[in-house]
Design a protein around this ligand. Structure first.
Ligand code: ZN
Length: 84
């Protein structure tokens, strides 16, 4: 556990998860992906130990939204697809 993580704790979740929150969550999970660093798995974006706070926040929002892993993967694929 990172010391900054301990100090700041978890990010607050929105009281009602909207479609917009879910979009932000998908972005957070997409940007804050695991990357292999010499000292282990860390966030590609902020180099915090993976899963970092934003990644965990994104996953919790998507859970609250009631999305299955499969639906999340579909959203991630859409997010990563080239825009028309
Ligand atoms: Zn991160």
């Amino acid at each position: 556990m990172d010391s900054t993580d301990e100090f700041l704790g978890e990010l607050p979740l929105p009281p009602h998860v909207t479609a917009e929150d879910a979009t932000f969550a998908v972005k957070a999970v997409t940007v804050h992906v695991a990357k292999q660093w010499p000292d282990g798995l860390r966030c590609r974006n902020d180099r915090a130990p993976h899963p970092c706070r934003l990644h965990r926040w994104g996953r919790r929002v998507l859970d609250l939204r009631g999305l299955t892993d499969r639906q999340i993967r579909t959203l991630l694929a859409e997010q990563n697809a080239p825009q028309p």
